[in-house]
Design a protein around this ligand. Structure first.
Ligand SMILES: [Cu+2]
Length: 115
């Protein structure tokens, strides 16, 4: 006679567990910031244009044997990139930011940042 009661209790327990656990299972994964790599090679930024979101980091990897910089045209950032080194900037505002190398002004790139 107690078998039915135990089954009902078990079902209730499962239902409660479902209510408690399901929201956790379906909770959205928090958006995480990304690092976007730009190669600096043979006197060029590759790729020339990148798109990113606020909070993302742009990392330049200078594989040349000469120093470069990644300098925003509006001077919002000015990252020194010694030969063989990397440098980075974390994006804090939306917009389109052209940049260049102070040592080689013909080296140009663009970062488009969205919210
Ligand atoms: Cu340069």
């Amino acid at each position: 006679m107690t078998g039915g009661w135990d089954r009902r209790r078990a079902r209730v327990a499962l239902a409660i567990a479902g209510v408690v656990l399901l929201p956790a299972a379906f909770a959205p994964v928090a958006a995480s910031a990304e690092t976007i790599t730009v190669q600096v090679s043979k006197l060029a930024f590759v790729p020339t244009s990148v798109t990113a979101k606020i909070g993302d980091t742009i990392e330049w990897v200078n594989s040349d044997f000469v120093d470069h910089t990644a300098t925003a045209t509006d001077r919002g950032f000015d990252v020194k990139l010694p030969a063989g080194k990397t440098g980075s900037v974390t994006l804090t505002k939306a917009g389109t930011f052209p940049y260049f190398c102070r040592v080689h002004p013909m080296m140009k790139g663009t970062i488009a940042v969205t919210e």
